[in-house]
Design a protein around this ligand. Sequence first.
Ligand code: ADP
Ligand code: MG
Length: 695
Amino acid sequence: MTNNRQTLQQSAQYVKGVGPKRIQALHKLNIFTVGDLLYYFPRRYEDRSQFKPINKVTIGSVETVRGLVRTFGLRRLKGRRTIFQLAISDSSGVIYGTWFNQPYMKDVFRIGDEVILHGKVDRYRVLQINAPEYEIVKNEDDEDATIHTGRIVPIYPLTLDISQRYLRRLIKHVVDTYAVCADEYIPAEIISRQALLPLPEALQNIHFPREAELIEPAKKRLIFNEFFLLQLALALQRRELKEVQPGIAFKIHGRLIEKFKAALPFSLTASQTKVVSEIEADMASDKPMNRLLQGDVGSGKTIVSIWALVICVQNGYQAALMAPTEILAEQHFRTIEKLLAPLGIRVAVLTSGLKKKEKTALLQAVRGRSVDIIIGTHALIEDDVRCKKLGLVIIDEQHKFGVAQRLTLQKKGMMPDVLVMSATPIPRTLAITVYGDLDVSTIRELPPGRVPVETYWISEKKRLDFYAFLRKKMKEKDQVYVVYPVIEKSLVKDLKDATRMFEHFRDTVFPEFKVGLLHGRMKDDEKKEVMRRFKDGALDILVATTVIEVGIDVPNASIILIEHAERFGLSQLHQLRGRVGRGRQKAYCVLLSQKESEDAAKRLSAMTTTTDGFKIAEYDLLIRGPGEFFGTRQSGLPELRIGNILTDRDILVSARQEAFDYLGHYPGFLEHKQAPLNTELLERFPNTGEFFPAR
Ligand code: ADP
Ligand code: MG
């Protein structure tokens, strides 16, 4: 006896009409089992249910007609080409179906068959449809069921070796036979609360709806299922981090933090204060903190993170701060050292520039606890960095790190608190999908006195005018970034690069000013030196690549010119723009761009219309889709079969609520490993396996 689940897990090859060759093609669509076919959803639908009287069809529109076969014939054309034509008529007129180079069509029809044709109507002397979808209404094979026409028809995504018609017939058969085997796994109370359709009915209607109105509820049901499982997996992960593992209960108040507050160079914004108190509450609790701190570029995340560092050190623990680039690690080091060394806190930075001996000594010091705060890049997660007593891990600019790296670093401590900072504000829907296991704190306002950066999109014609403007500004001691997409001359024709433009500026355009160059292929020492000189005001212009994209903080720099702006992504442009407008003087971002695609034009005009990082991020997400937004492979974004986190937000939010509530009400639900919900969860998200109680 096989149960329903086993039935759906059978190879798709056992389904009628699937042979060894077809199964190969199906594998390319990721279809292996009967269940996979059931869950292979249409990309869209076509309503072919309304038949037009033949004399009422509109030339140029897609129509569905129905009639009896009057004549047909195959003709040979020049070369080896053929044309097959079929005439059908209803009481109002005659229309032809035409198929080029498909001679076998001559064996498909018989005079008098009732036939439905669907496609775009043309007129070449006669009314005709080229390569129509067709259906023979009465046919021994198909019995009475119309599959391809005369109804709302599903259109599936395909590969080369599979035809729409074949797949549609196959899925029709599978749905009719096996949809009933789709056992319910969502708890009954949730189904009734959310008014969800029974699962077999939803599967039936998502593929072959009798009416258009039936599609939405079916979709909702299936999307809900998917999001519910996803959120349940995230809820479990979060519980594991927060509750099962004991964390450190830090004392929030103390001498050190008081001294730090007294020494702060400015007072916090209301938003920063709120976020600090959220972090304090997490740190005070004996559960590990797992918090995402997000805020627009320049909103002042660094000082908030330093606050957390001080609390950690005050409690006698060490802290690690991980940055995405060496330049940024170096910058954090200088900021933090300046603020905290006077308080007696020992700060060190691990960079790849260190000599072997220095590195060994540093690692020794970290192990021996004579360093309180260690700052570095992903080198920190290499194995030889061992903290004696790690209490807090801060990861800056999260989107450059993978989820796995986050976990590795976390495992270095007992169960240190983790604070992840992101300068690409993540729209809420995305945050709860990808970081559903993290709490989110958001800094919503910028420090006072900031004037929004003025953004202009200019063309080559304005180049010289703009140079004149730069000259004037630099005479007033403003500093300038100029950004290029590539380091050196590349194969792409007419592409300006950082190296040659640096020389051009230095020797020809701005000989009276100091020009520097910064890019990723320079040695670390050189990079450090250039950054230092720019920061100290010894350079007027910094010509750079996107190495300056994240985090660089030079408040006196007030103008950024981005050349070939069309080659940058929207979030990237916004990050680059965030390099300026950090001081009190008026700041400008100038996008120089010649030939833009439509998408690029959208990005550039978005840049000129808003400086709000959250709006930019939402927009970017819409243009690029979630996978690319994060860089698919490291994103940890789950593959979704039907749910779309952008368009199905409402369902996502309610599925999340239900999943987290469910875990709250039934904390031990994983104990019945065989329960339908649990089997399904494990199958869809195998990594939840570790949360099941051991046998
Ligand atoms: P980001 O959030 O992009 O990391 P930073 O932490 O680098 O931003 O802060 C940007 C700039 O704003 C820094 O120069 C910082 O010193 C300054 N800043 C941060 N908070 C405040 C504040 N409350 N008042 C005034 N200036 C602030
Ligand atoms: Mg920062």
